[in-house]
Design a protein around this ligand. Structure first.
Ligand code: NDP
Length: 246
């Protein structure tokens, strides 16, 4: 069992699927209480029931991260129920990639609203709580696309670069409050993420990259590694990808 996870209160956005779900399972197995946010309430409720049946503590709160009041409610409910928040994982995201010239402006806005503003709302909700506690850990999910720009993925890459930029800015500000920040940048992991691509040719190109996708446990292990460090060790960033990915 990993150190320094048991008893922690962890809020996870995008917990209904993929990476968020895998992290919730792993942290709960190591004794954390998890507060699960996503729009699909039935999925997070059934995950909460699964974790509770195994002896864990879990709560499901319907949350759309594009709505600031809903993200505040997610964090406030965690505080009301468990007394504090030790870890906030801003994970919700989507990737409807397309070349800019196709002008899928609605999809650009969706990515900015969820991948970027959703992360900012998570930070806004949890920061006052963690400052008051003088402790905490904010984990923001970026991507290999936060380091590398592929053709057809400009807006997604822009949001993921932005997540890395704001996370580093956040780190510099909050270290004084004993708050840790971690950026996790995964490569291709086998989740529902490519399902949001509406352009058939782009979906096919992404499918080829995802032929080597690895299971979501890889992300869960990265989260556990960061959270389990002693409090005076901040893992600033983890970048991982399938061994065979470019
Ligand atoms: P999934 O599509 O499996 O999961 C995405 C999650 O985000 C779902 O739980 C979904 O929940 C949630 N979500 C989407 N929109 C909203 C919203 N408006 N409000 C709240 N939750 C929302 O993909 P992944 O698990 O792969 O993605 C998780 C994160 O990992 C994303 O930020 C993604 O960009 C990043 N990532 C993933 C990689 C991969 O290869 N899988 C690689 C690099 C980064 P619901 O629909 O129920 O609201």
């Amino acid at each position: 069992m990993a150190q320094n996870i048991e008893g922690k209160i962890v809020v996870i956005t995008g917990a209904s699927s993929g990476l968020g779900k895998a992290a919730a399972r792993a942290l709960s197995a190591d004794g954390a209480s998890v507060v699960l946010g996503a729009r699909r309430l039935a999925l997070i409720q059934s995950l909460a029931d699964e974790l509770t049946a195994k002896g864990g503590k879990a709560l499901a709160i319907e949350t759309d991260v594009t709505q600031r009041d809903q993200v505040s409610k997610l964090v406030n409910t965690a505080v009301q129920t468990f007394g504090r928040v030790d870890v906030m994982i801003n994970n919700a995201g989507l990737m409807p990639n397309s070349p800019l010239e196709r002008l899928k402006v609605d999809e650009w806005e969706q990515m900015i609203d969820v991948n970027l503003k959703g992360v900012l709302y998570g930070i806004a909700a949890v920061l006052p709580v963690m400052k008051e506690q003088k402790s905490g850990h904010i984990i923001n999910v970026s991507s290999v696309a936060g380091h590398k720009i592929r053709q057809g993925a400009a807006v997604y890459a822009a949001t993921k670069h932005a997540v890395r930029a704001l996370s580093e800015g956040l780190r510099q500000e909050v270290k004084a409050y004993n708050i840790r920040t971690t950026i996790i940048s995964p490569g291709a992991v086998d989740t529902e993420l490519p399902n949001s691509i509406s352009e058939p040719d782009i979906a096919e190109a992404v499918r080829r990259i995802y032929e080597h996708a690895i299971p979501a446990d890889a992300f869960a292990r990265a989260v556990s590694f960061a959270v389990s460090q002693p409090d005076d060790v901040d893992i600033n960033e983890i970048l991982f990808r399938p061994t065979r990915q470019e």
